[in-house]
Design a protein around this ligand. Sequence first.
Ligand code: FES
Ligand code: FES
Length: 158
Amino acid sequence: MKRVKVNFTVNGEKVSVEVKQYETLLETLRERLCLTGVKESCSIGSCGACTVILDGIPVRSCLVLSPEVEGKSITTVEGLEKNGILHPLQQAFMEKGAVQCGFCTSGMILTAKSLLDRQSKPSKDQIIRTISSNICRCTGYKKIIEAVMSAAEKMVAT
Ligand code: FES
Ligand code: FES
């Protein structure tokens, strides 16, 4: 199969990777760049486990072909911690017990981050609508919503 070279930025670092023509961003991130915080579940765009932020927009990396990200900037959950300090969303998910098996967690956090980046004080309804695109089979969502609300409050206060 034809291979192409793709250059993009991931978590602030420029990378240049040779990929298969129809390789998904999910495969490239996990298998070539070892960013295994990006999870694969349904592989058809339904669950949100593979969510990453692409030029500020949350996308399902199982639906993006790697050659399409030439010149773009990607954030995965690995890019949220800064100098050993967790992002307020990561901290809040732990403190509020919003993580059980953890399979949905990175996608949830990145989806929530993209909301908080646009809207510093989202309403509970906005949070519910936003994360409803991501499936969690464990938590019942209540603690996830509480975690996002808590992180939003802390981020506004700092
Ligand atoms: S693995 Fe991509 S949306 Fe489910
Ligand atoms: S914590 Fe298990 S799927 Fe969400």
